[in-house]
Design a protein around this ligand. Structure first.
Ligand code: SIN
Ligand code: CO
Length: 391
């Protein structure tokens, strides 16, 4: 497949970006996507906001019951003609799941591991529309899709008391901009977590936010412990204290008892196998209401290979996340939270499968000669995780 040009400033390598900017400092990328044409139009965004199952939000800066009023979709289409001329923003989450061009846009961010990518969100705002000055806890690339937007940023620390009280949004009551840029279609701004940003539309416009996943450490810890318990990896022995010594105050929990408890906690087993299996499964899990349906027109392996070889492009269903881990002599493939342990002979096929969203037979030519590889692709196709363009 043709390599996707990096959406980085001319001459900047992925390595330079990662070393100097990623998680460190903002970067304005003029013409990151030269001649960018938005695959979504404002009317389509309004239509999506009326659909059940699509996560949408409307933020009214001035004309709601309170300043900065937040409402969640799905919305009635009758609300749109009633909206004011300015000062509001409509946001739709996970648009890459509904718009294949936006899923393909994510291929331009291959310099960041797939599992770190969360979603593409789109915002539509008329003149002066904004979501207010705020900080996010994750990295984001803000791509101007239509119209122009003014972004002001600050790297100052944010304290809880800086937030406007009594609203459902975490908006800062004030901030002093350190830098200000006007982004045009195809321009992009990279922001690491924790940078205050405030984007204001200079007319009707769309912004795509390519957002990254940053699981909270407490969630990772509790999820791992749950996994260990389910896999029966945790000790079922009971607390014992054969060396118990007499204590003057029976009401006290002694330091020695606490040390015994600490030893139990410290003995939680964290081995490489469990860590890999648990993490691969949790980061590829689909949302509970988003599992793919098995393909109604299941194919035999021969029929599948024939179609693929005839030139039809094969795509990843965006509801299914793919990831792989190489572990000793095995290749672990995770698709939508399910692990398949494969032999290391299938490593090249599995890596190709997980690296790309779109596959063409010429890249799989030799790999498809292996019956195991062909069977794997066919199974994932029949399960609905892959689909042909013409399906
Ligand atoms: C916007 O699109 O205006 C808001 C996106 C963000 O701040 O994360
Ligand atoms: Co933000």
């Amino acid at each position: 497949m043709k390599p996707f040009p990096l959406p980085l400033p001319h001459g900047m390598s992925a390595e330079t970006f990662l070393a100097q900017y990623w998680q460190k400092k903002p970067l304005l990328i003029k013409a990151a996507f030269p001649g960018f044409k938005t695959p979504l139009l404002p009317d389509e965004i309004a239509g999506m906001a009326c659909e059940e199952g699509v996560e949408s939000r409307l933020i009214l800066e001035r004309d709601g019951d309170t300043k900065w009023q937040l409402s969640h979709g799905p919305f009635d289409e009758a609300i749109f003609p009633e909206l004011p001329e300015s000062h509001w923003t409509l946001l739709i989450q996970e648009v890459h799941k509904y718009v294949p061009e936006l899923a393909q846009l994510l291929e331009s961010f291959r310099f960041i591991p797939n599992w770190r990518i969360d979603d593409v969100m789109v915002s539509y705002s008329p003149l002066d529309g904004s979501v207010g000055p705020h900080v996010d806890q994750y990295d984001v690339f803000l791509l101007q899709g239509l119209g122009r937007k003014r972004w002001q940023i600050s790297t100052a620390e944010v304290c809880h008391g800086d937030l406007i009280a009594g609203i459902d949004l975490q908006i800062l009551s004030h901030f002093e901009a350190e830098q200000c840029w006007e982004l045009e279609e195809g321009d992009m701004l990279y922001l690491p977590p924790g940078v205050i940003h405030h984007g204001v539309a200079l007319g009707d416009g769309l912004t795509y936010s390519i957002g990254f996943r940053a699981p909270a450490e407490c969630d990772l810890i509790t999820s791992f412990i749950d996994y260990l318990a389910e896999e029966q990896r945790l000790s079922v022995k009971h607390y014992r204290d054969p060396g118990l010594s007499f204590q003057q105050h029976p009401g006290e929990i002694s330091a020695v008892s606490l040390q015994r408890v600490r030893d139990i906690i410290n003995s939680i087993p964290v081995n490489d196998d469990d860590l890999a299996r648990w993490f691969g499964q949790v980061v590829t899990e689909s949302k509970s209401d988003e599992r793919v349906e098995p393909n109604a027109k299941a194919l035999s392996i021969d029929a599948f290979v024939k179609r693929f070889r005839q030139g039809e492009a094969l795509f990843r269903c965006e509801l299914s996340r793919f990831a792989c881990i190489e572990q000793r002599s095995a290749t672990l493939l995770f698709v939508a939270g399910t692990l398949t342990t494969l032999s290391s002979e299938m490593k090249r096929a599995v890596y190709l499968l997980c690296d790309q969203r779109m596959h063409i037979a010429t890249e799989w030519a030799v790999l498809l000669d292996s019956p195991d590889n062909a069977a794997l692709l066919c199974r994932l196709y029949n399960e609905g995780h892959l689909y042909f363009d013409n399906d």
